[in-house]
Structures are given as C-alpha cells and as structure tokens.
Design a protein around this ligand. Structure first.
Ligand SMILES: Cc1ncc(COP(=O)(O)O)c(C=O)c1O
Length: 400
C-alpha cells in the first residue's frame, strides 16, 4: 500500500466515538442505548433560526466572503458589545466567520504555532485540541487538574509549564469536559501570565451562555473584557451549542490582534467560504429572544442538579459543574474504558443501557483518568434519572 504520512498514521481517533461500534451492536440486539457520551443536545433550535432555513429564496447558493458576510459580522460585533467591558469594542473587522468553532481552533493554533511549538492545555481537555495540534505538528503540553480540587486551574502550575516552545495557552470556559467556569479574576491572572511570557491566550468560549450559578442571564466572563490584553486574546466561538444547532457549522475566530486576524483570513481564503445558508440562519439566530436562553439554562441547571444528586446517590463522586453541560465522574472501578465497554456489550437493565465517554482519552498524561468518565447531560430529566439508575445497577453487577 502507498505509504501514509506519519501525521496521517498517528492521528488520534476520537475517544468519544470509539465505543460507537459497541453501541451499534447493542442496538442491533434490541437494547435501548441512552447516549450520554457526546455533546449533542436534545434542545430545540430557536424558531427564528429554523425559519431562516425554511425561508431561503436564493436561486444560487453562492460562496460568501472568506471571512463571512459583512452584515453577519456586524451583527455579531453587536452581540459581543456587552462582553468587552471597558476595552475597545469588537468590530466586524475583528471577526473571521469559520466552519464551526472547530475551524476557528484550527486557525488559531495554526496562526500562533509553528511545527514543533506547543500549546498548553489543562487536562482533562477537549480532545480535539490534541487532534488539531497533531494535524499541525504542534505539541500539547498538559497541566493536570484534579477531581478532588473540582478541576480548578492553578495559575502557578500553568506558569511552570510555559517553556521556550510554548506559543499559547488554550482553555475552554465554561469547560468541556469539566464544567469549570473561569472567574474574571482567574481569566485576568492567566492573561497576566500570557502577557508576561508573551504568548497568546486562545479562550474557547463556545459555552458562554451555559452558566448555572449567579444571576439569571449572566454570561461566563470573557477574555475580551480584560483591559490591555487585546494583543494576546483569541476567542473561539460557535453557534453549535448556543442555539442547539451543532449541524449548522458556523463559528467565529474573534481577535483584536490585527496580525492574527490577517493570518486567519488568509487561512480562510484557502478554503474559500464558510457555509452560506448556515450564515443566514446564524444571523437570524442572533434575534433569539432572551426567554429562550432563560428556559434552556433553567433546563440544563435542573438536569445538572438531578444528575449530580443521582450520581452521589449511587456512590459515584463528581464535582458540581458550574457551566457547559458535562461533568467528569469518578467511578468505583479500576478501568473505566473496560466498564464503558461492559455497559454496551454485556449489561442491560430492562432492555436499556447507557453510553458514557471514558475520560482517559481526555488526558495526555498516560495513566490518568483511568477510573473517570465524562457524562454529557444532554437528555431530558426522566431519561437522565433512568440512566443513573441503570448506571447504579451496572456498577453493582460489575463490582460484585
Ligand atoms: C470546548 C469546545 N470547543 C469547540 C467545540 C467545537 O464545536 P463546533 O465545531 O461544533 O463549533 C466543541 C464541540 O463540542 C467544544 O466542546
């Protein structure tokens, strides 16, 4: 066979999807599989967005500008206005519309790192940070966060990790998979570190709306609001989770650093255009009423509370997430990978089982996360409560 690149051969496969064949086999046996392994919410997409898809009148589905439609970027700039605090407002020129937050991540890493450089992440981390870094021959340098510390990020440990090849710190807030929301003070401390070391902060804010503690309607603090940090801040954004529209594939890279923006634009020119029709829908989505977010956040909060208390009730420990819709739970088993396979291959309760994501794939340090799983609370409460009951019975059977 013609030889593949080392990059192609070595590309990590998604640990979230690794168990899919087991789930398919379980379904083929007639088992109902409750999927708590991926961040695909069951929440309805806002009506204004759905209507925009239904009302397309174009005769030709043409390319859009490489950085996205100007009117969409202007409307997005208005969306960012309340986030920037005292700093310079974000303008349409500071935004490159991308194919999901995924492409924005790829552009951000490519714009800041050369092959052999490294980005610093906190493990457990969103696994595609490793996937995109690998594609770009960039190293991941993990700083471990710990279940017993609620996965809080210790800035002094981040500081110790910065080395001569470090080009950026890349963190999500609210976090996937941990649900940690960085406070403004924490963001500020990380920003100060980045400034001191002259590296970028790629802040992945795709779950900004999903915060459960504090005032209703409050968003997670944004790196855009830190004064004097405009030159180092790169924000990753997306409509996927905000509007429960993961298939729309519209995201954005937002930066007030002109050179980063120009590099991202040139990458964007190479792939010609983000999706045209989905931008119409994303633009309409910006008119989503506040009440939509209030209802969605209330729903996720209720799910979080039900899940956390349900897990504690079956002897599973987990920190209470403050945002996003994931948590990392520590199971009373030695090998969560084997246990997750067991759930799909060998266990069912009244014809049902659950699919979880083993957390080992969210760590770069070998051996970590062996007894942890990520659970996405993307199902309604009755199914979530049922899933916890199934999990409890499975743990009992497995550890008996
Ligand atoms: C933390 C984080 N960042 C970025 C993404 C990318 O999402 P998308 O490409 O759908 O915008 C995801 C998706 O799950 C995510 O969890």
């Amino acid at each position: 066979m013609t030889k593949l690149s080392e990059r192609g051969n070595g590309a990590p496969s998604s640990p979230i999807r690794r168990l899919t064949p087991f789930a398919e086999a379980a379904r083929a046996r007639g088992i109902v599989v409750h999927q708590l392994n991926i961040g695909q919410p069951d929440i309805a997409t806002p009506q204004v967005m759905l209507d925009a898809y239904r009302n397309i009148t174009d005769d030709v589905i043409a390319y859009s500008p490489s950085d996205g439609f100007r009117d969409y970027r202007e409307k997005l700039a208005a969306y960012y206005a309340p986030l920037v605090g005292e700093t310079r407002p974000v303008t349409a020129e500071d935004i490159v519309v991308t194919v999901g937050g995924s492409e924005a991540l790829c552009f951000a890493i490519a714009a800041t790192c050369d092959p052999g450089d490294e980005i610093i992440v906190c493990e457990p981390f969103y696994t595609n940070y490793a996937g995109f870094s690998h594609m770009l021959s960039v190293q991941i340098k993990p700083v471990t966060t710990y279940a017993q510390e609620g996965f809080r990020i210790d800035v002094s440990r981040l500081a110790e990790a910065v080395g001569p090849r470090s080009r950026a710190i890349c963190l999500p807030s609210p976090g996937n998979p941990t649900g940690v929301v960085l406070s403004r003070d924490e963001l500020k401390a990380i920003a100060e570190l980045c400034k001191e070391k002259d590296i970028f902060f790629i802040c992945d804010e795709v779950y900004r709306e999903f915060v459960y503690d504090g005032d209703p309607g409050k968003l997670a603090p944004s790196i855009l609001s830190i004064p004097g940090f405009e030159d180092h801040a790169i924000v990753i954004d997306s409509v996927s989770k905000r509007y429960s529209a993961c298939g729309a594939r519209v995201g954005a890279l937002v930066t007030r650093q002109p050179a980063v923006r120009d590099a991202a634009l040139r990458f964007a020119q190479a792939r010609l255009s983000p999706a045209t029709v989905d931008q119409y829908a994303a633009m309409a989505a910006l008119d989503t009423p506040e009440s939509y977010f209030r209802d969605v956040v209330d729903e996720y909060r209720a799910r979080r509370d039900a899940l956390v208390s349900g897990l504690h009730g079956i002897g599973v420990t987990c920190a209470c997430p403050q945002g996003a819709f994931y948590l990392v739970a520590t199971l009373p088993v030695d090998d969560a990978d084997a246990f997750c396979e067991y759930l799909l291959e060998s266990f069912s309760l009244e014809g049902e089982t659950v699919m979880l994501a083993p957390a080992s794939g969210f760590y770069a340090t070998p051996g970590l996360g062996k007894n942890e799983v990520r659970i996405a609370y993307v199902l309604d409460r009755p199914r979530l409560e049922r899933s916890v009951r199934i999990l409890g019975a499975a743990i009992e059977a497995y550890t008996a």
